[in-house]
Design a protein around this ligand. Structure first.
Ligand SMILES: [Zn+2]
Length: 243
C-alpha cells in the first residue's frame, strides 16, 4: 500500500458533492433515503468525473488500486461504506480509488475499535506503520510491534479484509522488490549521484515499497544495508526522500 496525499477538489466538483450530500441527508431525515440509488444517479452525472480524475491523479501514472496497489483502480470506493454510513457517501475525504477485487472483498464491512477505523486509509495513515513486507515471499502482513508484543490490529484487519496475502498481490510486490534491488545493486557497482538514484527508484516503485526498503526493517536487508554502509550520503538522501 502506498501513502497518498489528497489534494483539494476543484470548486465545482466540491459544490456538486455538497449538494448530493445535502439531498441524501434530507432524505435520510425523511426516512426515504435509498443511498444506492442516490449514488447511481450521481455517478451518471458528468460532475462526478471530477472526483474520478482527482483520485486517478492521486494514485499515480498507472491508476493503481489504493488498497492493494497491484490491480487497476477502476471505480470510486467509499472508505466508510455508503450503506451503513450514508452521511459520508458524498464526502471527498471518504472517497478512494479501488479495484474490483478489493471492492468485492470489502463490501459493506468496516471494522472499528472503540469507534476508530481498523482499516488503513492510505490518505490518512502511513501504511508501513501497520504493515510489513516479507522479501522472500512478497507477502504483505501486519507489522509486529516489539513494545506491545503484538501485531498491529489495524494491519491485521486490513490484510484479512482485503486479502492482501492473495497470490497476485504477492507476485506483483515481489517483482517490484526485485527491480528496486537491482537498481540499488547497479548503483553500488557503478556509483552515480543520489538524485539520479532517487529518480530511478521512484520510477521502478510500482507498489509503494520504498518507505519499507529505506525504513526500519528494509535497512537491514541486502542490498539496502550495503548502500547504507558503502554510500552513507546517498543512503541518507534516499532515506529523506522516501520517508
Ligand atoms: Zn485492489
Amino acid at each position: 500500500m502506498r501513502r497518498l496525499t489528497r489534494p483539494p477538489l476543484p470548486a465545482r466538483t466540491s459544490a456538486f458533492l455538497a449538494r448530493c450530500q445535502s439531498r441524501a441527508d434530507t432524505l435520510q431525515e425523511q426516512g426515504t433515503l435509498d443511498i444506492e440509488r442516490e449514488w447511481r444517479n450521481a455517478r451518471q452525472r458528468k460532475a462526478l468525473t471530477g472526483v474520478l480524475d482527482a483520485l486517478r491523479n492521486m494514485s499515480g501514472p498507472h491508476w493503481r488500486c489504493m488498497y492493494c496497489t497491484d490491480s487497476h483502480g477502476c471505480d470510486i470506493e467509499h472508505f466508510r461504506p455508503k450503506k451503513p454510513y450514508p452521511t459520508h457517501a458524498f464526502h471527498w475525504l471518504n472517497l478512494l480509488l479501488c479495484c474490483t477485487t478489493c471492492n468485492r472483498k470489502k463490501g459493506d464491512q468496516f471494522p472499528t475499535l472503540n469507534g476508530a477505523p481498523l482499516l488503513i486509509d492510505p490518505t490518512v495513515d502511513d501504511p508501513w506503520e501497520h504493515l510489513d513486507f516479507e522479501p522472500e515471499s512478497g507477502l504483505i502482513k501486519a507489522r509486529y510491534d516489539a513494545q506491545s508484543d503484538q501485531r498491529s490490529p489495524k494491519g491485521l484487519e486490513t490484510v484479512r479484509l482485503l486479502a492482501l496475502d492473495r497470490r497476485e498481490v504477492t507476485i506483483g510486490h515481489s517483482k517490484t522488490f526485485r527491480r528496486l534491488k537491482r537498481t540499488v545493486e547497479r548503483a553500488l557497482d557503478a556509483g552515480g549521484s543520489a538524485p539520479a538514484l532517487i529518480a530511478e527508484l521512484l520510477e521502478e516503485d510500482d507498489h509503494g515499497l520504498l518507505p519499507w526498503c529505506f525504513g526500519e526493517i528494509g535497512r537491514t536487508v541486502e542490498p539496502f544495508s550495503d548502500l547504507r554502509l558503502q554510500q552513507p550520503d546517498t543512503w541518507m538522501a534516499c532515506e529523506a526522500a522516501f520517508r
